[in-house]
Design a protein around this ligand. Structure first.
Ligand SMILES: [Zn+2]
Length: 145
């Protein structure tokens, strides 16, 4: 009997640990990271499709959402830092903390935009603030930003 009870306790402990690792709860939970394929849907918030095919809706500040809506990023693997507000809703950290990265060929790349004409780098899609030409998406390795 005693042995059974011990096994039971170990199982409960193991289960509790698994829960802690997988399901951050509420806005108070510490910083989390989600990985997944960026899904852009008409009239809906962008979402990440995780490796186990769950859709997690990603929200953020204006600049973050601007990047998440960039058509050139459709289908890329994204890593987003922030926190879960619900099991399928994630809020990205403020844009200036560089919460978004693209994962490509085993590398972690920063999302930047480059104007060839003016050699100006920006971090949001849109026209160059200097010459008004559309900037090019330029994914850069972290540390070389
Ligand atoms: Zn320019």
């Amino acid at each position: 009997m005693k042995g059974m009870r011990l096994v039971h306790s170990i199982l409960i402990a193991a289960f509790a640990l698994t829960c802690l690792a997988d399901t951050p709860k509420g806005p108070d939970s510490s910083v989390a990271t989600v990985h997944g394929k960026l899904i852009q849907r008409p009239d809906q918030k962008p979402a990440l499709e995780t490796a186990d095919h769950k859709l997690i809706v990603v929200e953020g500040d204006g600049s973050t959402e601007h990047v998440l809506h960039d058509k050139r990023l459709t289908g890329v693997e994204l890593e987003v830092k922030g926190h879960f507000t619900a099991p399928d809703h994630f809020t990205a950290d403020p844009f200036h903390t560089r919460a978004l990265h693209v994962l490509k060929d085993g590398k972690r790349l920063a999302v930047t935009y480059w104007c060839d004409v003016c050699s100006i780098r920006t971090y949001e899609p849109g026209p160059c603030w200097c010459c008004q030409r559309e900037t090019a998406l330029d994914l850069r390795e972290s540390g070389k930003e």
